[in-house]
Design a protein around this ligand. Structure first.
Ligand SMILES: Nc1ncnc2c1ncn2[C@@H]1O[C@H](COP(=O)(O)OP(=O)(O)OP(=O)(O)O)[C@@H](O)[C@H]1O
Ligand SMILES: Nc1ncnc2c1ncn2[C@@H]1O[C@H](COP(=O)(O)OP(=O)(O)OP(=O)(O)O)[C@@H](O)[C@H]1O
Ligand SMILES: [Mg+2]
Ligand SMILES: [Mg+2]
Lengths: 227, 227
């Protein structure tokens, strides 16, 4: 489904070049449940941004379902993101001036879902992350972990074929984290592909494949036995 | 050092009142190293904001070193925050348009530290969190965990008597988290009081006292034996 070949990402700041990813080859099949681990600054978010078509590599090719994304226009990339990918950002990226429910409705507006159905599905998605009672609150009226869960609810609401979650449990207590991981695992049993970044070992253990990054390269790629 | 008596915090949104903290009594002595745990939405950040004089309780009294903060003017409260408290926010709150080093210099500007010394101490503080090589970067050029560490470096740079850290390791891998906790523990051996929120059990274990919150109240208050 997702194919990265010889991917490199170089950030240029003034006179210094920094190589955030280098010589990265990666294949992810449909329905896989992959954890990405690695120390702070090792390139995890950079990799996720490339997988999510939010950023383009400096070198190498990225194919989604056989299609090279380098050739696509900005409009085509936006369409891929809206129709195909649900993204949970490391810093949530919620709209500050709208409620939790309205934030969750956003991907459905692109998909031209009618208002009444949008509302119903947004509330349903919020309930699944334990926030049905907070639907009307704005982000500033929510705790850190609640904001994180609104971001998760938003990424899941259109049931996209690919979910990319960057540290989805970083602000959540253990019980809530396990509920979220259970929710992601449930989705995956309906054929959805899930790639998530985490720095917690017991959260990474939910995946059936673990990619460890170090200094912008894949250090190890381990498939676990049937759990 | 810190004394909370019958603290309550009520958020009013429209017709609904929500009690984020209720009937909270708490004493924290100088030099203590306290972990605050609890599920998402249980009131941890609300408690930290009251301890840090960033928010006032709806009911009850809060005394710092015997002094009731309710009676203080906004200027006096700002002085207490600048001279006495180092705060690491759950969402970092870095200035986007200035470099990491300039962000870390900020508390020293209030303290009227001369420019050359400010620069030197900012770089030193960044090195202690492993970011000496990122001093010139702006927050958007830093990974999530790097931004978190800049926020930590900023809170520590004036060696304030009280450090309040809300999820300081939420975006950090295990190795970096342990380095940060080691750093906090080191500070505390020089008499600094540290209160930190975490949802990770092995991070909470660094403290010699653990406060568990539930639904806005203290569920348990455990002191560990000499570790
Ligand atoms: N301005 C506000 N208006 C209404 N409710 C609020 C407001 N700010 C916070 N709350 C509510 O108060 C409760 C406690 O929030 P708080 O941020 O203290 O939780 P927390 O324990 O820090 O959670 P987390 O672990 O998710 O960061 C939450 O249920 C939240 O929805
Ligand atoms: N715009 C940029 N300019 C320069 N360097 C950058 C830029 N964005 C990221 N970097 C650098 O690229 C490296 C990788 O960043 P990335 O965000 O992918 O790390 P990460 O693995 O997600 O880390 P974390 O666990 O802390 O979130 C970091 O060292 C960071 O400083
Ligand atoms: Mg990251
Ligand atoms: Mg919080």
């Amino acid at each position: 489904l997702l194919e990265l070949r010889e991917i490199a990402k170089i950030y240029r700041s003034g006179d210094q070049d920094f190589m955030a990813l280098h010589d990265l080859d990666l294949d992810i099949e449909r329905g896989e449940f992959v954890a990405v681990t690695g120390s702070s600054g090792s390139g995890k978010s950079t990799l996720m941004n490339i997988l999510g078509c939010l950023d383009s590599p400096s070198r190498g090719t990225y194919r989604i379902d056989g299609r090279d994304v380098a050739g696509l226009s900005r409009i085509e990339l936006a369409a891929i993101r809206n129709e195909f990918i649900g993204f949970v950002f490391q810093s949530f990226n919620l709209l500050a001036r709208t409620s939790a429910a309205e934030n969750v409705e956003l991907p459905m507006i692109y998909a031209r879902v009618p208002p009444a159905e949008r509302r119903r599905r947004a509330l349903e998605s919020l309930e699944r992350v334990g926030l049905g009672h907070r639907a009307g609150h704005h982000p500033s009226q929510l705790s850190g972990g609640q904001q994180q869960r609104v971001a998760i609810a938003r990424a899941l609401v259109t049931r996209p074929p690919l979910i990319l979650a960057d540290e989805p449990t970083g602000n959540l207590d253990s019980v809530t984290s396990l509920e979220i991981m259970g929710l992601l695992r449930e989705l995956r049993s309906s054929g959805i592909t899930v790639v998530f970044v985490t720095h917690e070992r017991d959260i990474a253990a939910y995946a059936d494949r673990q990619l460890a990054l170090r200094d912008g390269a894949i250090l190890s790629d381990t498939r676990s036995a049937e759990a």
